[in-house]
Ligand binder design. Structure first.
Ligand code: URA
Ligand code: SF4
Length: 218
């Protein structure tokens, strides 16, 4: 089948893999059409020995400009949640299910768009390679796009929250809300509830780092 039918980042992955070679190779990725409309690739960042790996959706406008994940308003919300949960961002590996900004221009205003399933799938080899390099003890999906990239099928937060799931590569997985939901949901009360749930899930991950391996479904 032609590559346009089944786009994938796979042909762009380097043979010799480490975080640096992966990030460099991702700059040239044309595995799906999203590279065309973005300023630059936004690869994951964090230490090689991170035990916790967080996955967001895709870069937003700020990330597209700066080249760093969670550098804009969603990142500020994430930083507040991490601080409340007693986690130091510098010790975590943070990345996205999709590595290029997806946007539309409506009357001169740039708006971010949710990636499609075909784009999540196309970008999945990068996420897999990051997870293989880091070998995190626990993975956290921030929102449903991340969950799909990590599990390989549609997941609702309602079905997945407050239990241990598993990534398709075998790591214990927590599925939580996307930090953006804690600033964008209608009604302050709902925003507060989402933020508290995110903090609770981050705390669960933090506590589990010091315990025996969590069992899926527990
Ligand atoms: N939203 C995401 O999902 N990831 C980012 O890096 C920024 C905003
Ligand atoms: Fe490649 Fe992912 Fe960018 Fe698509 S979004 S071009 S698969 S890095």
């Amino acid at each position: 089948m032609a590559r346009s039918d089944h786009p994938s980042a796979r042909p762009f992955l380097p043979d010799k893999r480490n975080l640096k070679s992966l990030a460099e190779a991702a700059e040239g990725c044309q595995g799906c059409p999203l590279y065309k409309g973005a300023t630059q690739v936004v690869f994951g960042e964090g230490p090689r020995d991170a035990r916790l790996l967080l996955v967001g959706e895709a870069p937003g406008q700020q990330e597209d400009k700066s080249g760093r994940p969670f550098a804009g308003p969603a990142g500020e919300a994430l930083d507040r949640a991490l601080e409340e949960a007693g986690l130091d961002r510098a010790t975590l590996y943070i990345t996205n299910a999709v590595k290029h900004f997806k946007s539309e221009n409506v009357d001169g205003e740039i708006r971010g768009l949710k990636p499609r399933v075909s784009e999540i799938n196309a970008c999945n080899p990068w996420l897999q390679a990051e997870i293989e390099e880091i070998q995190p003890r626990i993975v956290i999906a921030l929102g449903t796009v991340a969950a799909r990239g990590l599990v390989g099928r549609a997941i609702t937060i309602g079905e997945a929250r407050e239990q241990w799931m598993q990534t398709k590569w075998g790591q214990p997985l927590i599925v939580s809300f996307h930090p953006s939901a804690s600033i964008q949901a209608p009604f302050q009360e709902r925003r507060d509830r989402i933020f508290d749930a995110l903090v609770y899930d981050l705390e669960r991950a933090r506590d589990a780092l010091n315990e025996p391996r969590p069992q899926p479904g527990a």
